[in-house]
Every structure is written in structure tokens, then in C-alpha cells.
Design a protein around this ligand. Structure first.
Ligand SMILES: Cc1cc2nc3c(=O)[nH]c(=O)nc-3n(C[C@H](O)[C@H](O)[C@H](O)COP(=O)(O)OP(=O)(O)OC[C@H]3O[C@@H](n4cnc5c(N)ncnc54)[C@H](O)[C@@H]3O)c2cc1C
Length: 485
């Protein structure tokens, strides 16, 4: 087996879907018996929906989730302000619990005739030899040319590579719960309660329940769980404790009636210094973890998986040179660093504890946020940050030309995992078709109105790889893909 994926969380499952879509064989193993049961990451952002579209899974995601179209900011139980969440494109994020996202990805794999090997754990990794424990308890040595560590924050693959995971652990404790409450924010609305004591958000999950997410100041959580919340595990918290925090800490004027799931967890902000060592890659939480501010983590891991996936598919099937794989780290490491910086800043605003910060959060923010967010350019910028549509690879060595590395307008080409060449005008189309009588890697050729004279090569992840005159394209393909076939 050439490719072994360790971990079938959202990142590993997405990578498996991309490889399956390219008919590239792989194994994917996970120590758990099946997908997660908890709702964990509950927001699928706009960029991720675009990527799910390329996997053919967007419609099912949308049919199972609730579009989040509006944010309302509450101060001591009263609505202070609100603003729409849709970006200029009109697209909204989706409230979809992580267990459902994972099931969707498992179903996507099944539809392509592939499945996860559950109850199968990586014990050790030495170069390309992985030792796994199979469901019956027996051990197996797996020789793989490429191993992808998608095995989460405690990644055994990362440990085997002796890579660090530098960063910090916050003093505050994260709170998550899926509850029913008499507060009932309107469907599609994210309610943010800001107080000096911290913040708690409430998100409609579409099944009559609401996701609570927030940060509990240091010391308070430990008093409830009777123990410090461990670094990696979740600790349960009682409905009574959350109600008390609602009343005393977050000043939410609402009564909780039941909880399907509650969790307290340590909040980390960490990343590793390398995303690739030889034939071994790290994606998702194995490479970077964040504060929950903005719900970025799962979405970023899915982006990693798509970026690596199409490159690995081309290389493993002999349609591109191995050096294309170098660009996974070059492109995704700076993105992760940037998201880490942004989520740290966001979390500092949400949870900082200095007297000025708590005063500003309780009194200034509820009044300022709405008017500021009604300013078009500010709203657009903030929406892009959350939606991850800002992500670009302008500085990547494998893109070339004006606007290369940018996310292409998603409506420009079919939403699939192929390369597409966008050509301006009929004349360019005729020349392109003559040049690529047998287009490399199944590349489609599409005509667009001749607004400017450049042709654009759109990569399977929706980013512009090349922009320039048609005649320069073969040299680009030779440089970046080697003998592209
Ligand atoms: C409380 C909380 C709230 C969050 N909220 C959000 C949010 O709103 N939005 C967002 O985008 N993100 C959120 N996240 C982050 C999100 O849950 C993670 O970023 C996401 O699950 C990462 O996916 P992953 O596939 O990289 O890793 P994981 O989901 O951790 O999956 C790793 C998989 O690897 C398996 N595994 C581990 N070790 C081995 C081994 N040795 N052998 C075989 N298998 C192994 C595990 O069983 C697991 O299935 C949140 C996270 C937490 C903790």
C-alpha cells in the first residue's frame, strides 16, 4: 500500500475522499470504533462548504445543517445590537455538528467503495514502516511510501517524527454544551452574550437544541469538576453549574431545561515546526490547534487535507513529479500560523481578564460591534476572516502570474477535483485545444468572456495556479508538475 492515513477525523476523512475521487488506493485507520458522537466543531465555514462541494458533499451538508445568517449581541439578557453574517457573496456558514460532518465524509467514502479501518491503532512509525494494532489485537507492519498523520492534537505520528508542538495553554477553560433552553435564539441566529465575566455564545442546531460555547475564567471550572480539567480530555459539567454561570457569570437571562452533552476542555494554541518530514505529512489538529475563537480548527484541517490530497493523488498516480508535494508545507504552514495568530487575538478580546478588558467587553463591545459591523468593508473583511475565504498562496513557489495563488471565483469552473483551464475568448480556446489535444490530468478547458487576455489554470482546490499567456503554460506545467500527464 502506497498511502497510509492515520486518523479518521474530519481531516483524514477529507483526504481519503480526495484520494478516492482520484481512484488512488490508500488505507485509512482509526483507533476509535467509528465517527465521533459529540458535536464538537459545530460550524462549517463558507470556504469549507466550497471544498465539500468539490467532493460532491455540499448538498447533503446543507440539507442536514442550518445556515447561520445573523449574529445578535446581548448584554445582561437584553439584545444590544445585531448584524448579518453573510459575506458580499451572500454565502453563510452552516451550523452542522462535527459528528454529522464526519458521517457525511464516511458516507462519501462508502459511495466511492472505500471504508475506514476502525478499531485499528497506529502503535509506532519508523520511516515508512507503521506498526498498527488490528481489531482482534494482532499487530501488523504496514510499509507505506507516504504516511499522513491526521491523528489529532496528541498525534503519535508527530511524536514519531520528534517534532515539537510549541505554543501555549490558556488559563481559561472552554465550555461546550448542547442544550435546550427557553431562550431560543431565532433559527439561523448566533447569539453572543458578552459580560465582564466572559462570554457565552448560543447557536441554533436545527433540532430544537442549541450549542453553547464559551470561556470560563480560571479557577471556576475546577471548582465544579472537582479536578483540574485535563489537557486532552473533556470533562463533563452539570446543567446546574452551567445555569449558575448563566445567571452569575454571563448574565444570560434564560433557563436551561436539558443537556444532551456538556464539556469543559483546556484551550491550547500550538503548532508544529514542520508539516512534512520525508514521506510523512501532518494535517489538521496533528499539525496545529487553536483556541475555539471563530470555530476555525476543523475547517483548517479540511483545507489542509484538500491541499495535500490533490497533490498526493497526482504524484501517487504518476501524473506529476514528487517535488509537487513540497508545496503542501510551503502553502499551508503560513496559513496555519496566520490563523493561530488571529484566533489568539480573537480569544484575547473574548476572554481577557484585565479590568479595562472586562469593562470594555461588558459595556463597550455590545454597543460598538453592531454599528461597526454594519460598515460594508469591515463586515466583508471580518466575514472573510471567519469564512477562510481570505486564504491565498500568493507566495507559493508553485504558482505563477498576476493573481496566482488567489482563490478563484467558485462559479468560474465546475466544482470538482480536476484542474480547469479558463481561456478568454474563442480564439484562445481553439489554440488551447490544439495545444492540449490530450489535456494533462484530465484538465477541462473552459471559455470565459474575454475580459483580459490571460489564461488561468484553476487547481483542484479552487486556487489559481497559473495566470499568463497560453504560450507560457507548458513551461509552467513542466516546472511545477514535471512530466505532467
Ligand atoms: C471543544 C472543541 C470545540 C471545537 N469547536 C470547533 C469549531 O466550532 N469549529 C472548528 O472548525 N473547529 C472546532 N474545534 C476543533 C475541531 O474539533 C478539530 O479541529 C477537528 O476535530 C480536527 O480534526 P482532525 O481530523 O484534524 O483531528 P481529530 O478530529 O482529533 O481526529 C483525529 C483522529 O485520529 C484518531 N487517532 C488518534 N491517534 C490515533 C492512532 N495512534 N492510531 C489511529 N487513530 C488515531 C482519533 O481517534 C481521531 O478519530 C473544536 C475542538 C474542540 C476540542
Amino acid at each position: 500500500m502506497e498511502i497510509l492515513i492515520v486518523g479518521a477525523g474530519p481531516s483524514g476523512l477529507t483526504l481519503a475522499n480526495v484520494l478516492a475521487a482520484h481512484d488512488v488506493p490508500f488505507r485509512i485507520v482509526d483507533g476509535k470504533p467509528g465517527p465521533v458522537r459529540e458535536s464538537r466543531a459545530a460550524i462549517v465555514h463558507v470556504r469549507t462548504l466550497e471544498l465539500l462541494d468539490r467532493l460532491g458533499l455540499k448538498e447533503q451538508a446543507v440539507s442536514r445543517g442550518v445556515p447561520v445568517t445573523r449574529v445578535e449581541v446581548y448584554e445582561r439578557g437584553r439584545k444590544a445590537t445585531g448584524f448579518p453574517l453573510t459575506a458580499g457573496s451572500g454565502a453563510s456558514p452552516l451550523a452542522l455538528p462535527q459528528d454529522q460532518t464526519e458521517r457525511l465524509l464516511v458516507e462519501g467514502l462508502a459511495a466511492r467503495g472505500c471504508e475506514v479501518e476502525w478499531n485499528t491503532r497506529l502503535l509506532d512509525l519508523n520511516g515508512g514502516t507503521a506498526v498498527i494494532r488490528r481489531p482482534g489485537g494482532g499487530e501488523e507492519d504496514v510499509e507505506a511510501r507516504w504516511v499522513v498523520g491526521a491523528d489529532g492534537a496528541g498525534s503519535r505520528v508527530r511524536h514519531a517524527l520528534a517534532l515539537g508542538f510549541a505554543g501555549k495553554t490558556y488559563d481559561q477553560t472552554g465550555l461546550l454544551a448542547d442544550v435546550t433552553t427557553d431562550a431560543r435564539p431565532a433559527p439561523g441566529t448566533l447569539r453572543l452574550n458578552l459580560t465582564g465575566g466572559g462570554f457565552v455564545g448560543m447557536l441554533d442546531l436545527g433540532d430544537g437544541s442549541h450549542r453553547l460555547f464559551g470561556a470560563v475564567p480560571p479557577g471556576i471550572a475546577a471548582a465544579c469538576t472537582g479536578d483540574e480539567v485535563s489537557h486532552d480530555a473533556y470533562a463533563q459539567v452539570s446543567l446546574e453549574d452551567i445555569q449558575r454561570w448563566f445567571d452569575d457569570l454571563f448574565a444570560v437571562d434564560a433557563t436551561l431545561t436539558s443537556a444532551a452533552w456538556t464539556a469543559l476542555f483546556r484551550i491550547h494554541s500550538r503548532m508544529t515546526e514542520r508539516f512534512r518530514v520525508g514521506g510523512t505529512f501532518l494535517i489538521g489538529d496533528a499539525a496545529h490547534i487553536h483556541s475555539p475563537a471563530g470555530g476555525q480548527g476543523m475547517n483548517l484541517g479540511i483545507g489542509d487535507a484538500v491541499n495535500l490530497g490533490w497533490k498526493l493523488a497526482l504524484v501517487a498516480s504518476g501524473r506529476a513529479d514528487e517535488r509537487l508535494l513540497d508545496s503542501y508545507e510551503t502553502e499551508r504552514l503560513p496559513v496555519a500560523r496566520s490563523v493561530l495568530r488571529g484566533t489568539d487575538r480573537g480569544f484575547a478580546l473574548e476572554a481577557a481578564e484585565s479590568p479595562i478588558a472586562t469593562w470594555a467587553r461588558a459595556h463597550l463591545a455590545p454597543r460598538l460591534v453592531g454599528p461597526v459591523m454594519r460598515l460594508g468593508p469591515v463586515r466583508e473583511r471580518v466575514s472573510q476572516l471567519f469564512a477562510q475565504t481570505w486564504i491565498h498562496y500568493r507566495d507559493s513557489p508553485v504558482v505563477s502570474g498576476p493573481g496566482a495563488g488567489e482563490r478563484a471565483d467558485p462559479g468560474m469552473t465546475p466544482a470538482d477535483l480536476l484542474h480547469h483551464l479558463v481561456v478568454p475568448g474563442e480564439d484562445a480556446r481553439v489554440r488551447a485545444e490544439a495545444m492540449f489535444a490530450n489535456p494533462p490530468f484530465g484538465m477541462g478547458i473552459h471559455l470565459v468572456p474575454a475580459a483580459d487576455p490571460l489564461v488561468r489554470l484553476i487547481r483542484p482546490d479552487g486556487h489559481v495556479g497559473f495566470a499568463g499567456p497560453l504560450e507560457a503554460l507548458p513551461a509552467y506545467l513542466a516546472r511545477v508538475y514535471g512530466g505532467a500527464r
